[in-house]
Design a protein around this ligand. Structure first.
Ligand code: PAF
Length: 278
């Protein structure tokens, strides 16, 4: 794997079609599964590592964001990345920043954090402009982000094919996240309530029951503070109605001040509840 030191070096390396996995570092097996997926579609796999200040609501969350540069290089290479790029701000925005608005869907659920999705879209727009990948791969765990990036890409980069990778889970069902490194063993145990709640919803036939079971399971864990738990239509992010064909349960909350988010398709029970053994 080649570690790229500058934007000039990057442009020299970008002569063929490529698959791109943007990250904020602190790589884990979930990122590796996205890199492997990228490798399935292209021999040239670019991973970027850039902790994007625009998408953090508060300074403390930004400064405490985990960082592990050496491990990132090892994990990216082991999963099949061929280029790792750590841009700085001036390389990312050589012609100044084009600010992208995330619109109405960007203001709900995870968008309650002021400016979060505008910040995500602005940096992904800049990464796409620099790299011009053929494919870009994002995790389904950040479902709302995936939805908004697909929308932004269809408007500004119609040639880029945006693919999604299934959420990677510990054997307990806990979805992998860089922030999990801040959870104690006991916190992690409590955090499995999110997965159990999604499964409880999935076993129900109608929206009211899905929601009832999800909330009942969540409230059985006293250390979990709920932000939201809803059943949405994942093609629009509107609340689902019984006729919606793409129902998803989405949950967000905190354990010990650490934010957890997760989601699960309410149809297609087999694939949605698949748990990876790590
Ligand atoms: O999902 C992430 O890690 C980030 O939101 C992304 C897409 C790399 C943009 O900073």
């Amino acid at each position: 794997m080649k570690v790229i030191k500058s934007a000039t070096e990057l442009s020299r390396a970008l002569i063929q079609s490529s698959a791109f996995v943007p990250t904020m570092g602190a790589l884990h097996a979930g990122h590796q599964s996205l890199i492997k997926k990228a490798r399935e579609v292209s021999e040239n796999v670019i991973v970027s590592v850039y902790v994007n200040p625009l998408q953090f609501e508060n300074q403390e969350d930004l400064t405490s964001y985990p960082s592990s540069p050496r491990v990132d290089e090892e994990l990216a290479a082991a999963a099949g990345a061929t280029i790792l790029w750590r841009p700085n701000q001036s390389e990312l925005y050589p012609d100044g920043m084009t600010k992208i608005s995330s619109g109405e869907v960007g203001a709900i659920y995870e968008g309650n954090r002021a400016g979060h999705f505008d910040g995500v879209l602005t940096v992904v727009h800049a990464l796409f402009s620099n790299i011009k990948p053929t494919w870009a791969i994002f995790g389904e765990k950040d479902l709302q982000q995936l939805f908004l990036i697909r929308k932004m890409a269809s408007e500004f980069f119609p040639a880029i094919k945006v693919l999604s990778g299934e959420t990677f889970r510990e054997s307990s069902g806990l979805a992998l996240s860089s922030r999990n490194s801040r959870l104690s063993a006991e916190n992690k145990n409590c955090a499995t309530v999110v997965f159990r709640s999604l499964q409880a919803a999935q076993s129900q036939p109608a929206i009211a029951e899905m929601k009832r079971e999800m909330l009942a399971t969540l409230s059985s864990e006293p250390s979990f503070t709920l932000d939201y738990a809803e059943i949405i239509d994942d093609t629009t992010f509107d609340l689902a109605v019984e006729e919606s064909r793409n129902k998803r349960a989405i949950i967000a909350g905190w354990i010990n001040g650490i934010r957890l988010i997760d989601n699960m398709a309410m149809q297609n029970i087999r694939s949605a509840s698949k748990v990876a053994a790590i």
